[in-house]
Ligand binder design. Structure first.
Ligand code: ATP
Length: 215
């Protein structure tokens, strides 16, 4: 079973990396792929260019066995729809169980995604807690379409290639990329919020308005 973690990664931070690593172990994934979006459809244009975001993700995962970066969305024109990414992964492997990972905030907004109903036909969905967003506790708290397909055991996921939703506990990481960008622009230290190699890259390329030494 492999995991897919899409996002803008502007920049990648420990709120992506630590939950990702925890999910890799807990779900016994063969690998977890971070897939940076070139043109995220639901939000403003990213601040850093796609090449920078991709490079930062590559630097970040280089330290972690089992994590890797997949650049397919950066090689595609037009909006980076997740459904198209899953379809292209399925074209490479029709039968392998696949888990689409996302934070609770992303899951809460999933019905606005392009062809969202198709997502579960292609993959499972694994929701990782994110501070500030409540994890649904019971059926009443879930949309109707999700109620019959909740599972709480990763072995169930591994038996099928798609169609289930699991809420995976991860240690909460109160970090967001927008906060990281804002702090850098203000000249505040973001050390500990993202790997040092990523921070060095931000400094070297003067991203996010970096100008001061203490960042
Ligand atoms: P921004 O602050 O710019 O919106 P972000 O920090 O939310 O960025 P994204 O690249 O937009 O990062 O997020 C990609 C995926 O990672 C989404 O599914 C999101 O829910 C998840 N994610 C981001 N930060 C966290 C976190 N701290 N804990 C759990 N999941 C997270």
């Amino acid at each position: 079973m492999i995991g897919i973690f899409g996002g803008t990664f502007d920049p990648i931070h420990y709120g992506h990396l630590r939950p990702g690593q925890q999910a890799l172990r807990a779900l016994e994934l063969q690998e977890l792929r971070f897939i940076p979006a070139a043109h995220p459809p639901h939000r403003q244009t990213p601040v850093a260019a796609c090449e920078h975001r991709l490079r930062m993700a590559e630097l970040a995962v280089a330290e972690h066995p089992g994590l890797r970066v997949d650049d397919r969305e950066t090689r595609r024109d037009g909006p980076s729809y997740t459904v198209a990414t899953l379809e292209s992964l399925r074209a490479e492997n029709e039968t392998q169980p696949m888990c689409l990972l996302m934070g609770t905030d992303a899951f809460r907004g999933i019905e606005s995604w392009y062809r969202w109903k198709r997502l579960l036909q292609l993959s499972h969905i694994v929701v990782l807690q994110r501070p500030g967003w409540r994890t649904p506790r019971d059926n009443e708290d879930l949309p109707l379409w999700a109620r019959g397909v909740i599972c709480d055991d990763n072995r169930q996921l591994a038996k099928r290639r798609n169609g289930l939703i699991m809420f995976q506990f991860v240690t909460p990481q109160d970090i967001s990329a927008s906060n990281v960008r804002m702090m850098i622009a203000r000249g505040e230290s973001v050390q500990g919020m993202l790997p040092d190699v990523v921070l060095s890259y931000i400094r070297a390329n003067r991203l996010y308005g970096y100008s001061r030494q203490e960042v």
